[in-house]
Design a protein around this ligand. Structure first.
Ligand code: PGA
Length: 241
């Protein structure tokens, strides 16, 4: 595992953005794994700016997202479909039918999980996966206790995850209780993983990740089984290291 220590959120966004742009420019056809939340927003801004200034093209890029809330339609401003359109896809030349996000409003959610898992296989797997980490160590929406062997699945969100994400909703009650997420085994099949960690709120999680044992009680620890993980962390997140 490689650790890149940087100063702050802005620098993390630039360093990560450059890695992604470099991959796009040097790889014929690429499948990127995208994440949502506050962590990757700066990276997406970098990609948008770079696309405008340097013309980096996403015509050959395909993408899969980690997760989506159950019960929110794609048009819902709190859905991850909406987040991705607003924060990235609408500002690039990526083809809409090349972007994939689990459908949390599917009639048959079990079937949707199978479909998503097969889709990732059909795409040849994820070449480069962007990941954030929850304060409880979750990756995607795989909460503590999730088996490392898990595939795309329906999960119940932990209370602290719903509390952390309630900042985007009117109230805690409005935050969905369930989600579809790529499983831990699905994530670990990505050829390369960038784990972004920024801010003091993530310092304890990063400490556990770096120094703690590998345990299903701390989902991110599964990444230690992967051969090509780069952690990009800022000074505040590295506070206890
Ligand atoms: P955040 O979420 O980027 O909004 O902090 C990360 C996560 O919960 O995985």
């Amino acid at each position: 595992m490689k650790l890149i220590c940087i100063e702050n959120y802005a620098e993390m966004s630039v360093v990560t953005g450059k890695i992604i742009v470099d991959k796009i420019r040097t790889t014929q056809s690429l499948t990127l794994g995208f994440a949502t939340g506050s962590t990757p927003k700066g990276v997406y801004n970098y990609l948008i700016e770079d696309h405008r200034a340097n013309g980096t093209s996403y015509q050959q890029v395909k993408s899969v997202n980690l997760d989506e809330y159950i019960g929110l339609k794609a048009q819902d401003p709190n859905s991850y479909h909406y987040f991705m359109r607003q924060n990235l896809f609408d500002h690039l030349d990526i083809k809409q039918n090349h972007t994939h996000i689990p459908n949390g409003a599917a009639g048959d959610l079990e079937q949707e999980c199978l479909r998503y898992e097969q889709l990732i296989k059909a795409l040849g797997g994820v070449d480069l996966q962007l990941l954030g980490i929850g304060q409880n160590g979750h990756i995607g929406f795989n909460e503590p206790g999730t088996p490392f062997s898990s595939r795309t699945q329906i999960v119940t969100l932990a209370r602290n995850t719903r509390e952390a994400n309630s900042r985007f909703f009117n109230s805690l009650e409005d935050v969905p209780t369930h989600a579809i997420t790529m499983g831990i085994a699905s994530i670990l099949e990505s050829k390369e993983i960038l784990l972004l960690v920024s801010g003091e709120k993530k310092a304890e999680a990063l400490l556990k990740f770096m120094n703690g044992e590998i345990s299903e009680e701390f989902p991110a620890s599964a990444l230690k089984h992967h051969q090509n993980v780069t952690v990009i962390a800022d000074r505040d997140a590295l506070k206890y290291i």
